[in-house]
Design a protein around this ligand. Structure first.
Ligand SMILES: N[C@@H](CCC(=O)N[C@@H](CS)C(=O)NCC(=O)O)C(=O)O
Length: 416
């Protein structure tokens, strides 16, 4: 019998696989890499913790991702203290007392504060040994310089070249040349990584190659992973590592979090670029387009449960922060969550009239990996969009370009 009514909150809770708060906490501390943890022990006693990492609530800052991934790969016990980045809300006063500039990441090692991600990695290497070949190894050093050259070429194309045509071609060609050098460096080793084994050089390249892949697809219609097969193979090998998967963001999150951080991101405006951007924003997910290669990992069986658990945990705040707020949204969200769980052979449950924009408000604001993993986000966005489509075409408010205070973590932290 098809459901005529959405499940109640109680019934939705009952669909969750049982997991006590203590088990959840244990999983965060000892389980696979995850964005929610405040402590990571890797089986060691808490008294052995020598490191505190200060990083952003959003799990978005690229320089933090580098240090985060290094600590997870080396399995160094550490605490995490989360800080708000300027564009999402107010910087915590306690953090400004420690780091007056407010810049992230910062790290405390045996009570000494270090800022600047490269200096942090060097200090960690001195304390715990390098991850494969270290920061000062001549080959790694050369790769670090290549990473910066690629970074500058990306900024030049993404942030200074609007439109398309002869005036943008040099920037695109320069970027493609630099990415070609990265591809060659990857091809020169026997495996998929920058050196024989996964190590420091890979960690250094992760944050910006991830952001380049996302932003160039969205703003230029350029498929980094399609154009550069060794870079694609490298990403696919990373996607076999639970450490990387715990820190991995997705194309939608990067595409919309980059503009305020970079100053702006300029679209090429070609018909193809606009098509790609629309697909990334409005689905269907996973996006089927040659320029969009987000992951080669098969969806884990846990994606729906993860999405449901994360939405239920924050349902009251999700309803409270939605500016389209109406009593009908409570029912609309339950419809979307019921549809998330539905047998695909059954028809979808329609939400109350007038709730399409409210449902799409949430669709557009799922932040990966802060809220949930890439695959869980795909399932949740799909359920929200499919449900919204039954109520109409109205889109939610546009995502801001100058800031992302619509993503302020405070309401969620206060309630937690
Ligand atoms: N060179 C620094 C760059 C750090 C940096 O630019 N951090 C940005 C975030 S990606 C930041 O903290 N900005 C302040 C803010 O957004 O609140 C490093 O490598 O650590």
């Amino acid at each position: 019998m098809p459901l005529a009514e959405p499940l109640s909150w109680q019934q939705l809770e009952e669909r969750l696989e049982p997991c006590s708060e203590a088990d959840l906490q244990q999983r965060r501390v000892e389980g696979p890499t995850n964005a929610q943890a405040r402590l990571r022990l890797f089986g060691r006693p808490e008294a052995e913790v020598r490191v505190t990492l200060y990083r952003d609530h959003h799990a978005w800052c690229p320089y933090c991702q580098k240090v985060w991934l290094w600590l997870e790969e080396k399995r160094i016990p550490y605490r995490i203290r989360k800080v708000t980045m300027f564009c999402y809300g107010e910087k915590e006063r306690w953090f400004k007392q420690i780091v007056p500039s407010g810049m992230l990441p910062a790290l405390e090692l045996d009570g000494h504060l270090i800022t600047e991600s490269d200096l942090i990695l060097q200090a960690l290497e001195e304390a715990f040994g390098p991850l494969g070949e270290g920061m000062q190894d001549p080959d790694v050093f050369a790769l670090r310089q290549l990473e910066r050259r690629l970074f500058r070429a990306w900024c030049q194309w993404l942030c200074y070249c609007e439109g398309q045509g002869a005036h943008t071609a040099p920037a695109e060609q320069h970027f493609a040349r630099m990415a070609g050098l990265v591809d060659e460096a990857l091809q020169s080793t026997p495996g998929p990584f920058f050196r024989e084994h996964f190590g420091t050089a890979d960690v250094i390249f992760v944050p910006y190659l991830e952001r380049m892949n996302a932003s160039l697809a969205y703003y230029k219609g350029y498929g980094l992973r399609t154009e550069h097969p060794a870079i694609d193979r490298w990403f696919a090998a990373l996607e076999q590592r639970s450490t990387y998967l715990g820190t991995q963001s997705d194309i939608h999150t990067h595409a919309h979090d980059l503009p305020p951080q970079m100053g702006c991101c300029l679209p090429s405006g070609s018909a193809e670029q606009q098509r790609v951007a629309r697909l990334i924003d409005q689905g269907p997910w996973p996006v089927q387009h040659p320029a969009v290669v987000e992951t080669r990992q098969n969806p884990p069986a846990t994606a729906v449960q993860e999405a449901l658990a994360r939405m239920l945990r924050h349902r009251e705040r999700l309803l409270a922060v939605n500016p389209e707020g109406s009593r009908a949204l409570d029912q609309a969200l339950r419809c979307a969550l019921t549809n998330l769980l539905r047998d695909p052979a059954l028809p979808l449950l329609a939400p109350p009239p007038g709730t399409a924009a409210g449902l799409r408000y949430w669709r557009d604001r799922i932040s990966v990996p802060r809220d949930m993993s890439l695959h869980a986000a795909r399932r949740m966005r799909s359920a929200l969009e499919a449900t919204a489509a039954l109520a109409g075409e109205e889109q939610g408010p546009q995502l801001p370009l100058q800031h992302r205070r619509d993503q302020n973590p405070q309401p969620f932290l206060q309630a937690a």
